[in-house]
Design a protein around this ligand. Structure first.
Ligand SMILES: [Zn+2]
Length: 96
């Protein structure tokens, strides 16, 4: 994950973080990193993993679906005809 070395915060937030850092004997980047990873964890915990099969080669694909409906792992093309069949492709077939 990319974390910029230099970040610019609103003055009051900057002040609050500096105070917290001083109190906990840590650095501001440390705190920011912790806060960011907590946020990312929350997003990740809410995600659900499903196993789907590639519609072309049949290979199992593990897809992670996030609460905002974004997903990683496979390539989804939508539901087909009876709404029960979902068309997925694995990365290999997708590249072809
Ligand atoms: Zn495939």
């Amino acid at each position: 994950m990319f974390i910029p070395k230099q970040i610019y915060l609103p003055e009051d937030m900057d002040k609050a973080l500096k105070e917290l850092a001083k109190k906990e004997d840590r650095t501001v980047p440390d705190l920011v990193r912790e806060i960011l990873s907590k946020e990312l964890n929350i997003i990740y915990i809410k995600a659900r993993k499903v196993i789907v099969n590639c519609s072309l080669c049949g290979e199992e694909i593990e897809v992670t679906i996030f609460p905002n409906k974004r997903y990683i792992g496979g390539h989804y093309f939508g539901k087909v005809t009876d709404e029960k069949f979902e068309y997925w492709e694995c990365s290999r077939c997708f590249k072809k």
